[in-house]
Design a protein around this ligand. Structure first.
Ligand SMILES: [Fe+2]
Length: 433
């Protein structure tokens, strides 16, 4: 027994030494377990009432308003104005729906309104006779601008906690690097997700790209990918010359944001690659000194989850040089249910002219956290923590931005990581010949 006891003690000492050496600081924070999936029913009996309202940017000064009604006779009309209850303007749009196996969606309406003034509050109703007024604030036309960034959101108690923290922040635009509802083929769960995010997504533009949970392809019986995602979360792809809702770009304040699709063709002969190449060439750093890219499957990752996946390894191989030569400042990813920030990096090595890669796949989904990391920690990984949470990128001016990540910490926000970034366009050492 004495020998066994000594052996156990020795093993414990080795384990603690390992944790200190390779895990950084030993924290007393206890990782929370996942929480149950929520299901939000439609609270309004009136089938023509708008539900699942969300908004997204279209060009420099327009907004797309999207909502769903159970009633198929409701017109796609938005009345809007700058004072509550006074709607001087009106716009009409389109109504679509989709089928998925035996499920038929409600009527999905989308209406583009504008031109709108920057940094201004607008009041609107969805449908000409709707009694429910919504409001949103347009983003600023110039710095500073504040982005909320969260991936792999899902719809659990942890998602609720994350959404509450985002709601308390003063953000202008939300960026989501894929995996939205975790409906996973159960289509009413997409409706539930729409209801869950409406209080936030009807007030600020939510700009999203897709993850693997959006594919929802079934062999033989439903072979079209992204059916629900494309129908419910239409993004402004035509405006950036893209032919697909799965990848697009837009400018807001002085930031050029590129949303890429990790689960559609990205190889060098693909349409997406050619589009990205052309899009990056068009950027005028005098107008947008910052470039931010969103993908789903991270190109840099020292978590044991999702190692070596085709979408990570091959997309990085195909596209990393394009981003490097364009001097992209930051790449946000999701997929791994944890937080990790890398240094500026290119081709696997620290590089002062490469993007900072950040994984924020920690929104609160039902699958829980990815808590195991590869040790020893790679030198290029600067901070990693398996907790639910979200990040905020405040771009202060053409040269400086602050990135902060906060974990939920038993429902209270806790600032865990932060760093100041300097734009690569302002760094003479990163000028291309
Ligand atoms: Fe994912």
């Amino acid at each position: 027994m004495a020998v066994q006891g000594r052996r156990y003690l020795t093993l414990q000492i080795i384990a603690v030494a390992f944790a200190v050496l390779y895990g950084g600081v030993v924290s007393s924070y206890v990782r929370p377990p996942p929480r149950k999936t929520l299901f939000l029913r439609n609270s309004d009996d009136d089938s023509s009432s708008p539900q699942q309202v969300h908004i997204s940017l279209v060009g420099e000064d327009k907004m797309r308003i999207s909502w769903i009604t159970d009633d198929s006779s409701s017109p796609a009309t938005v009345n809007y104005g700058t004072s509550p209850g006074v709607y001087d303007n009106s716009a009409d749009g389109n109504t679509t729906s989709y089928r998925y196996l035996l499920f038929k969606s409600g009527d999905i309406h989308d209406v583009v309104i504008g031109p709108l003034k920057p940094n201004s509050v607008y009041y609107y109703i969805c449908g000409p006779n709707s009694a429910q007024e919504f409001s949103f604030k347009t983003p600023p036309a110039q710095f500073p601008i504040n982005f909320a960034v969260v991936g792999d959101l899902g719809q659990t108690g942890w998602t609720n906690s994350t959404l509450q923290h985002i709601a308390q922040s003063n953000y202008d635009v939300l960026l989501l690097p894929g995996d939205l509802s975790y409906a996973d083929y159960i289509q009413p769960q997409w409706d539930s997700f729409g209801r869950l995010v409406e209080p936030l997504a009807s007030q600020r533009p939510w700009m999203v790209t897709q993850g693997n949970h959006e594919i929802e392809k079934l062999p033989l019986i439903h072979t079209t990918p992204f059916t629900s995602y494309n129908a419910r979360w239409r993004m402004p792809f035509e405006e950036s010359g893209s032919d697909s809702n799965l990848y697009y770009s837009f400018n807001v304040a002085g930031v050029h944001i590129v949303m890429l699709g990790s689960y559609t063709g990205f190889e060098q002969n693909s349409v997406q690659y050619k589009w990205l190449e052309a899009d990056l060439k068009k950027i005028d750093r005098g107008i947008t000194p910052w470039i931010v890219v969103l993908i789903h499957a991270p190109w840099y990752n020292s978590n044991t989850a999702h190692q070596g996946e085709y979408e990570s390894v091959s997309m990085k191989e195909a596209m990393e040089e394009l981003l490097y030569k364009a001097r992209v400042d930051v790449v946000f990813a999701g997929h791994v249910h944890a937080y990790e920030r890398f240094t500026r990096v290119y081709n696997g090595k620290a590089d002062n002219c490469g993007p900072v890669h950040i994984t924020v796949g920690d929104g609160g989904n039902r699958e829980g956290l990815a808590s195991t990391y590869i040790n020893p920690k790679p030198e290029i990984s600067m901070f990693r923590e398996a907790s639910f949470g979200h990040g905020q990128l405040e771009v202060v001016n053409a040269t400086h931005a602050e990135w902060k990540w906060q974990r939920n910490d038993n429902d209270k926000p806790y600032a865990s990581d932060s760093i100041w970034l300097k734009s690569l366009s302002s760094d003479p050492a990163c000028k291309l010949p």
